[in-house]
Design a protein around this ligand. Structure first.
Ligand code: PHE
Length: 337
């Protein structure tokens, strides 16, 4: 008898759980709770038990009856009564997407530049943003009172002006060469600082990617070939380019690289200030003085270096006419990248 009660309890629980429609629920009611259902049948059966077993069986049976009724009512309420009306949870609705952040456009641009140079065998190197006069200027062949120093609008950190915020990533060239023997094939991304008035075209803190290639027999054609390959991958196969002589203390000869304006295809527009060309980087053959400063033999080795401003490159590429926008962290701007 006790075994029967327990199995009815279990069967009922399972049947109730599986009932998902009104009809199924009604079937469960008829089978277990109706006047001639299984619970009633058990009560009937109890009458024929010996007198000494009746109290225990009766107690169990009563609790089964209460339990079954309660569970049934609860389920019915949930399916059609108050419970169903108050249940505003629609389990068939798709989940709400959680907004995911993305990489900053400047980081994306650096990643892309690194990726292109990695495919040409360059790895990445980094240096400190707080530099000494030695690495930022002296070892790069800026003599102490050379006017080129003034052009760099330096933030000095010590009264003697020997500690400063680096004005370019070129000091990493020196640190890299000090740390290894040729061949050297590195690009060096990082943040740089200049004490300039902030405007749509200049910031006090921005990013550069430096490049350095040193080996035996490196020529100016290697410089051109590498930079043209880069420009074609970054700006598109048909990009037109030109190199124009310029001056840097740490390269000789030196050249600025220009590409044809991709907005107007060289016809002249506000982006290229009507002249059809955009300056994208500075470059040149590493000056022999630098090799002497780091203990490389300039008779044996030659190399080229280049440096580009990331905010500038990114603003040209995406047509952003005010580079301050990169740092306002307005998601309406950032979401577009
Ligand atoms: N350091 C130079 C600048 O900041 C760029 C440069 C790097 C030029 C390497 C030549 C070689 O303008």
């Amino acid at each position: 008898m006790i075994g029967n009660i327990e199995s009815v309890r279990k069967e009922f629980a399972r049947a109730l759980e599986q009932a998902t429609t009104r009809e199924q629920l009604e079937q469960v009611r008829i089978k277990y709770l109706a006047r001639n259902g299984l619970v009633a049948e058990l009560f009937e059966h109890m009458k024929s038990l010996p007198a000494d077993q009746k109290p225990q069986a009766g107690k169990l049976l009563n609790s089964l009856k209460v339990e079954v009724q309660q569970a049934f009512e609860e389920k019915r309420n949930l399916m059609e009564g108050e419970g169903a009306k108050n249940d505003t949870l629609d389990r068939t609705m798709p989940g709400r997407p959680r907004p995911l952040g993305s990489k900053h456009p400047i980081t994306q641009t650096i990643d892309e530049i690194r990726q292109i140079f990695r495919s040409m065998g360059f790895s990445s190197a980094y240096g400190p943003e707080i530099e000494t006069d030695h690495y930022n200027f002296e070892a790069l062949n800026f003599p102490p009172d050379h006017p080129a120093r003034d052009m760099q609008d330096t933030f000095f950190l010590s009264p003697s002006k020997s500690v400063l915020l680096r004005t370019h990533t070129s000091p990493v060239q020196i640190r890299t060469m000090e740390g290894q023997r040729p061949p050297v094939r590195e690009i060096m991304p990082g943040r740089v600082y200049r004490n300039e008035a902030v405007s749509a075209r200049s910031l006090v803190s921005f990013h550069q990617v430096e490049g350095l290639y040193v080996d035996t027999g490196v020529t100016f054609s290697d410089l051109k070939g590498t930079l043209v390959a880069f420009a074609r991958q970054f700006y598109g196969k048909d990009v037109r380019y030109k190199f124009r002589p310029t001056f840097f203390p740490f390269t000789e000869p030196s050249a600025d690289m220009y590409i044809s304006c991709f907005l107007c295809k060289g016809k002249g527009c506000r982006m290229c200030k009507q002249n059809g060309w955009l300056e994208i980087l500075g470059s040149g053959m590493v000056h022999p003085h630098l090799f002497r400063n780091v203990g490389y033999d300039p008779e044996k080795y030659s190399g080229f270096a280049f440096g580009m401003g990331i905010e500038r490159i990114a603003s040209l590429r995406y047509g952003v006419d005010d580079i301050r926008m990169f740092y306002e962290n307005d998601v309406r701007f950032l979401n577009q990248f």
